[in-house]
Design a protein around this ligand. Structure first.
Ligand SMILES: [Zn+2]
Length: 390
C-alpha cells in the first residue's frame, strides 16, 4: 500500500481493513489475514490531490506562444459570444480528473461553476475564490471580497485567490490578507510580470490599458514579485504560491522562511516551453513543493501520472519516490486538508490499480511503476463512498 508519503508492507489490499466513520474518515487501519467476502485490489493508493487547477477553463482554440497573448486569449474565450457554459466545462473537467485518479482539489474559482461541481460530488476539496481588480481601491476591494465570499459553497473549504501582482491592486491584496483565509497566488510567472513591477512598463501595462484597468496614478513598487506579496503580509504557512518560474534565490529563501508552499505545474512549464525551475534548491531551502495541473488552457489533460512523468524529465536529479508525495500527502498538507493519505484521521479517498507495485525492489521502483503505468484505475472512493469501479 502507498500511504501518501511512502510504500508500506504489501502493496496489495488483501488483509488491509479500513474502519471508517460516518463521514468517511479513517478511524483505524488493521493488517490481518484476508477474510471471506473481503474485496481485494492489486494496488491501493490514496486518491491524488491536485493543488492547483482551474476547472472552469477549457482548451483554447489556438495556442498563443507568448504568455500575455495567452492571457488575452483566456479572457476573450471566457467572454466570447456563444462561449460554452462554465458549469458544463467544470463538470466535464472534474469527471476527467476523477477518472485519472484525482479525488481532491484546490480549485481556483472564477464564477462558481467549479465549486458547484466539487460540492455536487461530495468531495473534500478547497475552493479558492479568485479576486481580480488592478484598479480597485479599498472600498471596491472589500466589496469584491464580500461578493465572492457570498458565493462560497458551504460543503468546501474556502480560500481566496488574489490572482497575481499584475491583476490585483495593493488595496485588494491587503483586503485578501485581512480575511485570514488560505490563499493561492500566481507569482513570478513571467519575465514580463517582473518587468512590470520593476518599471511599470511592458506588455502587462499595454494589456491593462487595453482593458481600461490601468489607474493613471499607479507607480511600480520596484520590488521583486514575491517581495511585493510580502509587503502586504500575504506569505505564510497557509499560502500556496503558484509557478514562481522567474523567482530569484532571495524570493525562494523568503517564501521558505515564511513557511509558504509552492505549486509547480509541469504541464504549463512544457506548454510555454519554460525551463525547469531549481526544484532541488527549493527543497534544500525547505520550501514545500507540490505538483498541480493548472487548467486545460495550458495542459492537455488533468492527470497526476502525466504531471509526474513530466516531473521525472524536468527534474532528473530527484527520484520518483521523492516526487510522488507532491501529488499525494504533500499536496494535502500544503492545502491543510486531511487528504492524499491513507492514515487514521484522514478522509478515505482512494484509488485501486491493476497490477502489483514491485515493492521488493524498493520504494523508488514502486513509485516508478505507478508513474509510468498507463493502466486505467479500477476503482475510486471519495470520503468512503465507492464512486465507481467493480
Ligand atoms: Zn493557475
Amino acid at each position: 500500500m502507498y500511504d501518501g508519503w511512502g510504500w508500506h508492507g504489501g502493496a496489495q489490499s488483501p488483509g488491509l481493513r479500513f474502519d471508517l466513520s460516518e463521514s468517511g474518515q479513517i478511524e483505524r487501519i488493521e493488517h490481518g489475514e484476508p477474510r471471506a467476502g473481503d474485496q481485494c485490489f492489486d494496488t491501493l493508493m490514496p486518491g491524488a490531490v491536485n493543488p492547483h487547477v482551474h476547472l472552469e477553463l477549457g482548451p483554447l482554440a489556438k495556442s498563443p506562444g507568448h504568455f500575455v497573448d495567452w492571457l488575452r486569449s483566456v479572457i476573450e474565450a471566457r467572454f466570447a459570444p456563444g462561449a460554452e457554459d462554465p458549469s458544463l466545462i467544470a463538470e466535464r473537467n472534474l469527471s476527467e480528473a476523477l477518472g485519472f485518479g484525482y479525488t481532491s482539489f484546490c480549485e481556483i474559482d472564477s464564477v462558481g461553476a467549479g465549486a458547484a461541481a466539487l460540492a455536487g460530488r461530495g468531495l473534500r476539496a478547497r475552493s479558492d475564490l479568485e479576486l481580480i481588480g488592478f484598479d480597485q481601491d479599498s472600498l471596491a476591494a472589500a466589496a469584491n471580497c464580500d461578493r465572492r465570499l457570498a458565493t462560497a459553497q458551504d460543503a468546501l473549504e474556502i480560500g481566496l485567490s488574489p490572482h497575481a501582482p499584475y491583476s490585483v491592486s495593493a488595496a485588494l491584496f491587503a483586503e485578501a490578507g485581512r480575511r485570514k483565509l488560505p490563499l493561492s497566488i500566481h507569482v513570478a510567472e513571467s519575465p514580463e510580470e517582473c518587468e512590470f513591477l520593476r518599471t511599470g512598463t511592458g506588455p502587462f501595462r499595454v494589456l491593462l490599458e487595453e482593458l481600461g484597468r490601468m489607474p493613471p496614478s499607479w507607480e511600480p513598487s520596484g520590488l521583486l514579485p514575491t517581495m511585493e506579496l510580502d509587503r502586504h503580509g500575504l506569505l505564510g504557512p497557509r499560502t500556496l504560491l503558484v509557478h514562481m518560474q522567474e523567482a530569484e534565490a532571495s524570493e525562494l529563501e523568503l517564501a521558505a522562511r515564511r513557511g509558504a508552499a509552492l505549486a509547480l505545474c509541469p504541464g504549463t512549464i512544457e506548454y510555454f516551453g519554460r525551463s525547469a525551475p531549481p526544484l532541488g534548491r527549493m527543497l534544500e531551502l525547505g520550501l514545500r513543493v507540490v505538483l498541480g495541473t493548472d487548467s486545460l488552457a495550458s495542459n492537455e489533460r488533468l492527470d497526476p501520472r502525466s504531471e509526474l512523468r513530466r516531473a521525472t524529465q524536468l527534474f532528473p536529479d530527484l527520484s520518483a519516490a521523492q516526487l510522488l508525495p507532491m501529488c499525494f500527502a504533500g499536496a494535502g498538507a500544503a492545502l491543510s486538508l486531511p487528504v492524499g493519505r491513507l492514515a487514521p484521521a484522514c478522509v478515505f479517498d482512494a484509488i485501486a490499480l491493476p497490477g502489483v507495485a514491485p515493492l521488493a525492489e524498493g520504494p523508488r521502483a514502486a513509485s516508478e511503476w505507478f508513474i509510468h503505468s498507463d493502466a486505467p484505475i479500477t476503482a475510486i472512493w471519495c470520503a468512503g463512498r465507492r464512486l465507481w469501479g467493480s
